[in-house]
Design a protein around this ligand. Sequence first.
Ligand code: RP5
Length: 165
Amino acid sequence: MTVALLMGSDSDFPRLEECVATLKEFGVQVIARVLSAHRTPDDVVKFVEEDGPQAGVRVFLCAAGGAAHLAGVVAAHTSLPVIGIPMDNPPLGGLDSLLSTVQMPGGVPVATVGAGRGGPINAALLAIRILALGDDELSARLAEFRTSQAEKVHAKDAALRDKLD
Ligand code: RP5
């Protein structure tokens, strides 16, 4: 199972490390590339149409900031699922990236996660959920993840109540 994580610039990568870590935690192989819809448009198309499918990519994650067209361009060149990750760059804080990623024309779907810290993690988890549709082991790991996440919240809830009692 392979997921491609494309980013418009290496300046995006520090905010994508949790995305990579989450995918790896679930045993999903990640191909990470810096590919820009504006600066290297031909390379984007080559990866999406040739190199990615040859490497077994099943889902594209596309992170970009500002005039964030990467996910849309990728979706225009593939029938595989595309998940857009809007980067929360200055000066507009990610609203620009969010709107330019999510507001796709009908017929070219991009599943867009939120701008900010939760986005990259949710992009990884959404890709894992898609892959888990055809993979019982991954599906079981997702169920364990959800249980463990709930247990952590229960522990925090108990700690807060102890503190305030
Ligand atoms: C976007 O432009 C990239 O995804 C990045 O978020 C933003 C700025 O890129 P750099 O100028 O830091 O390379 O395409």
